[in-house]
Write a protein that binds this ligand. Sequence first.
Ligand code: MN
Length: 229
Amino acid sequence: MTTRYAFMPIALPALPIAGSDVLFPVHRVYCVGRNYADHAREMGHDPDREPPFFFQKNPDNLRCDGQFPYPPLSNDVQFEIELAVCLAKGGEGIDAANALDTVFGYAVALDMTRRDLQAEAKRLGRPWDTAKAFEYSAPCSPVRPASEIGHPAAGAIWLEQNGVRRQSGDLAQMIWSVPEQIAHLSRLFVLRPGDVILAGTPAGVGRVTPGDKIHGHVEGVGDLLVAVA
Ligand code: MN
């Protein structure tokens, strides 16, 4: 018998796949905190002493329309350029040695952050959700399949704001590699096909202003152009 719902369910969030007319269906969005040493330091932490930690965004926070509407209730909204890892397989207790078998492909994403709300949450020992998991908070490029681009473990990752380079790093600087991220996450959660991992940001995060043009790039993956509205 066909499943019947009390009302029409919201459409499944999905990302375009570059060069294809099929979509990548999104299940969950996990984010890695402080995964580049220089960014951990700029946020006031010692990167050598911390195991990886994770937070989540909502699946429908991923947006591919190139628009970032400035959110309400914040005066300090900041960009974080990140590699997005898009899984085609799930599992529990995945070993790092096999972890890349779960990856469908990669995209370029922004982990937009209401930094003022995050600072308040940190001060008060509260969760980060309103700082991280708000509407439109994860602008994202189309997904590039690993079958075409491989699994980038090194290469430039940078962000320009109105033509000025603000963030610049290399994927090789990640404290926890993509396979290690998948291994850790799969011990905390049951990973599923459609999960997306935002792999952390290098130093240079900064605030956006309406009218800004943001250009993010990950070598071997592609570009993301976002207008702040
Ligand atoms: Mn981030």
